[in-house]
Design a protein around this ligand. Sequence first.
Ligand code: BGC
Length: 446
Amino acid sequence: MSQDHRFPEGFLWGAATSAYQVEGSPLADGAGLSIWQRFTHSPGLVKNGDTGDVACDHYRLWESDVRLMRELGLNAYRFSVSWSRVLPEGRGRVNQPGIDFYSRLVDALLENNIQPLVTLYHWDLPAALDDRGGWLNPDIPGWFADYATVMYRALDDRVRMWATLNEPWVVTDGGYLHGALAPGHKNLWEAPLATHQLMRSHGAAVQAYRAEGKHQIGLVVNIEPKDPASDSSEDLAATRRAEAYMNRQFLDPAIHGRYPEEMREIFGEAWPDFPQSEIDQIRQPVDFLGINYYTRSVTCDDPKALPVRAGRVRQKRHAYTETDWEVYPPGLTNTLTWIKENYGDIPLYVTENGAAFYDPPTVEGDELSDPLRVDYFRTHLRAAREAMRQGVDLRGYFAWSLLDNFEWSLGYSKRFGIVHVDFETQKRTPKASARYYSQVIRQGGL
Ligand code: BGC
């Protein structure tokens, strides 16, 4: 293997999941309702009426899932905690069985030399907090920090890596602006408020960690590079707005202590003047950033696509995934170098990267060939390695996802796993992409 394809000693090789997408048993052992439980049980909101009631049954199959991770050779696993398992009403009373579940999982991971990376919020807000306005309520940073503190006290003796929020952009855009995700609001005026309370909550949880925790904490964002469709001033301006909206709206306040000026251009009067003292609290030193990368967007001016007024141009010569995302590996290199240029030399992890391609619902035998996904991982791992060659301090990579799982409003119709799940029988079958990834891990490179 050439030097260019070798990854450093100590590099984290992981896979990622999130609570609502894999656990099932959403109300077991005293857990409270989450907004996703409500959303999936509201007719017509999720494809085929699918719910996370069973999902991958990971809440009951966690031991064999950890064994599977060990067999694949993973040395890291990123999962999220369901807030309403731990605090059924979102605040106040702690539900010890909920904590015990995650504590047992962490122990099992460590016994198998798999380092846990724990995400505190991957979209499943306690419904009781949504009843109080959810991410719009200015008290939520305190509620989130209290919940985070319960988790730090329970697990920080064993967990060395924490993430506050997963992809706040998706929470705001999908949950409050366009309504495709829970809690399903469509409101231009709410989206900026949700952004601000999410980011204040991130800041509050980092501050709480500095008081309680001994290891590392960071933020996970999704970045989709925006490449202009042409050199016209309209397309260039649309590209700048799209980049501010998706890629800088959250990192700018977290790292630089300001929102991009384009936010006002995008939201008009709906973007308020947030007090600088609150923005200053968002800006807390983080130990790392987690970057989720799936695709890029070739961007054009589109006056009808409100509020950003930017559209996406399909690339005829490139492959697209089942979620209609362009396969574009150089975008991962560009993303990682862009982060370094714009936000400094912060240690980075690719906390999600992967693709949905068609796989059959059931597998005959114990082999499943998924050549498109193998190719996706091969080319994206190369792209990650290339960013390191260009000086990016990349310390780990997590494939999305360990298992085929509940893909939010698309239900079970899209499969992202490196391990196939038969949702009738819960049988797990590693795909060729899992075997390929295992081999990369064993070799320490490509
Ligand atoms: C999310 C995952 C999701 C994946 C694929 C990311 O935005 O963090 O929960 O399943 O993308 O859509």
